[in-house]
Design a protein. Structure first.
Length: 346
């Protein structure tokens, strides 16, 4: 089987007009680092399956210090300047499976997926369908759909570009772009003097105290399989930075996994589409043992950075179980190497 791995930041996406807008706010290295780690982890994991012929797309314009490193068994397709879209379609057309990784920021993930679907390659994608991605990419829409289904989310509201904090909104709060990934543009507002007028449509939500966590799931039409839950690690700052993850305490596993599965099921129903492939659910664990003060923050309709740690914890890797599950097979995982699961992207 021919498998194509495409990670937007490292595979040519940084050549786009959208990227030029993004790079006005942060240096290139900040965007490439996490993407490079994910792409290298994906290739290393997929290589554990002898039945896969793996191709990775790499931007030919990347600085030498930022180019991902792969083994000699991986085929590297260089993306020349200005050819991101056409190169993706050309290489994808020769692949049996496509794992598309990209941020939700400004519709990047959705637009990339639609381009492949319109080219008649949708059945090769190991990704969620467009309606699911469209809803999950919008943090306000996600929370509204989840809340309507009885899934607990932080109280919040939309804030248009140029908007201000509504009178009476309880602080502390969190301000985040409606379409963003990770900590992109996220800001903690302890008091009104911390507020910065948003440049894009945003969501303002109550700050929830607790343990930040995530659960990644392998999804198909009739099955959602949660993997080991992670505690997410961030810097303690007004604009937090994601720095990695470690295995959540085992006492939290069952309730985290249950909340993740129920959240994906709710979004499936609300969008009338079914999650496929890898989906991550971010949440805050409250102090109550019954989980009644836990809150779901967002759903990531794509392969997430937690893959780095989870992949290290599986001797046989996770790409094969992911593909096998997509085709209706059973998931057979080896015992987890717990110590290997902890990872850093700092």
């Amino acid at each position: 089987m021919r498998l194509l791995l495409y990670e937007w930041c490292c595979s040519g996406g940084m050549q786009s007009g959208i990227a030029r807008d993004i790079l006005q706010k942060a240096p290139l290295e900040d965007f490439l680092k996490e993407g490079r780690l994910m792409l290298e982890a994906l290739a290393c994991d997929a290589e554990k399956n002898a039945d896969l012929n793996i191709t990775v797309m790499v931007d030919a314009t990347l600085p030498a210090t930022e180019v991902p490193l792969f083994s000699e068994n991986i085929t590297v397709e260089k993306v020349p300047p200005g050819a991101n879209g056409s190169s993706l379609l050309a290489v994808a057309s020769e692949s049996d499976h496509i794992i598309l990784v990209g941020p939700e920021t400004q519709g990047i993930l959705l637009q990339s997926l639609i381009a492949l679907e319109q080219a008649g390659l949708g059945d090769r994608l190991v990704n969620c369908p467009a309606p699911f991605i469209r809803a999950a990419s919008d943090k306000q829409t996600t929370c509204a759909m989840l809340a309507a289904a009885g899934i607990p989310t932080p109280a919040g509201c939309t804030l248009p570009a140029g908007g201000s904090i509504p009178t009476g909104f309880r602080l502390p709060a969190v301000l985040k772009a409606r379409e963003s990934a990770g900590c992109d543009g996220l800001r903690i507002i302890q008091n009104r003097s911390d507020f910065v007028t948003p440049e894009t449509d945003s969501r303002l939500e109550c700050h929830i105290s607790g343990i930040p966590g995530s659960v990644c799931c392998l999804c198909r039409t009739d099955s959602i399989v949660p993997l080991l839950p992670f505690e997410q690690l961030f810097t303690h700052a007004q604009q937090p930075v994601y720095i990695g993850g470690r295995l959540a305490h085992e006492d939290y596993h069952a309730r985290m996994q249950s909340l993740a599965v129920r959240s994906i099921e709710a979004l499936n129903k609300a969008t009338q589409a079914t999650a496929r492939g890898w989906v991550g659910v971010d949440m805050i664990l409250g102090s109550r043992d019954d989980g009644n003060d836990d809150r779901v923050l967002e759903i990531n309709p794509r392969l997430t950075t937690s893959f780095i740690g989870l992949s290290r914890g599986q001797q046989g890797g996770l790409i094969y179980p992911l593909l096998n599950h997509m085709h209706g097979g059973e998931i057979h995982l080896t015992p987890w190497n717990i110590e290997a699961c902890e990872f850093s992207v700092a």
